[in-house]
Design a protein. Structure first.
Length: 270
């Protein structure tokens, strides 16, 4: 099963992801946790992906940090889906894209219970006051439901919900690192630390959460400034606007063709 969580404003961001899943993972259920939207907004997506399951929820937007609330939103469907069955689950941020099937990742979940991009060298202060705001990159979270992961994600979700309800700071800018992170990513690591003796963990291979858009990667992640990368923009256009995709592809590919052409000529002269 695949999962993403967005509100109506960011639904357009999730459309390329869901369409890429319809192309490469059509047989797997895709669970869309959708906040403050309507059925009309997803009818085209439901036609594009035969196994799309949309969960509509309504939340008050009268909060100080809506971005932080939506970052924390993922913990709700994560816990419920992990509690509700034995099917392996891959959470994907709405700004990711599949470039090929996820068979290898689901195979890794047969021997591991949790895979997340692990970056021990990254020291970023988080809203919770720890230096682990960026130790995990939670854009892709792969989980196999077991007694251990159910316990971990129940505790994770409960703590996040209490933190959000308390009105505490949800996002924090580490001025020294120049990075903004939200509490959900920090807590994902700190709760893993509490459960690491019980949960079988494996660092997620970079090709399943790649913001450099390597050609052999499986999941591209357009986080931060990476979303302006021409490769990522072009890949999104393929799923959202074919009329714009083809001229953009020609414009992007032509300079590369010229460079390669002259490179081969120069090599031939040596």
């Amino acid at each position: 099963m695949l999962l993403t969580a967005v509100d109506d404003n960011f639904l357009p961001e999730a459309i390329p992801l869901i369409r890429s899943a319809a192309r490469f993972e059509r047989s797997r259920t895709f669970h869309l946790f959708l906040v403050n939207s309507s059925p009309d907004r997803v009818r085209d997506l439901e036609r594009a992906h035969p196994n799309l399951c949309v969960e509509h929820v309504k939340w008050s937007t009268d909060v100080d940090c809506w971005r932080g609330v939506m970052c924390c939103a993922r913990s709700i469907p994560l816990q419920r889906l992990i509690d509700g069955g034995d099917e392996p689950l891959v959470y994907l941020d709405s700004d990711t894209l599949l470039t090929r099937p996820l068979d290898e990742l689901f195979h890794l979940l047969k021997t591991h219970e949790l895979l997340v991009d692990y970056r021990p060298q990254v020291k970023v202060m988080g809203a919770g006051g720890t230096p682990h705001g960026g130790t995990f990159n939670s854009g892709v979270i792969a989980v196999r439901p077991t007694e251990n992961t159910r316990a971990m994600f129940q505790a994770y979700n409960q703590e996040l919900r209490e933190w959000v309800d308390s009105g505490k700071t949800l996002c924090h800018i580490d001025e020294e690192a120049g990075v903004s992170t939200c509490i959900d990513q920090e807590f994902l690591y700190t709760f893993y630390e509490q459960f690491k003796d019980r949960v079988s963990f494996e660092p997620l291979p970079k090709k399943f959460n790649d913001a450099r858009f390597n050609s052999d990667s499986v999941v591209w992640h357009g986080k931060g400034t990476a979303r302006k990368n021409p490769q990522y923009v072009l890949a999104k256009l393929f799923y959202t606007n074919r009329l714009a995709y083809y001229p953009f592809a020609l414009f992007y590919a032509y300079p590369l063709f010229v460079v390669r052409f002259f490179y081969r000529i120069l090599r031939g002269r040596k």
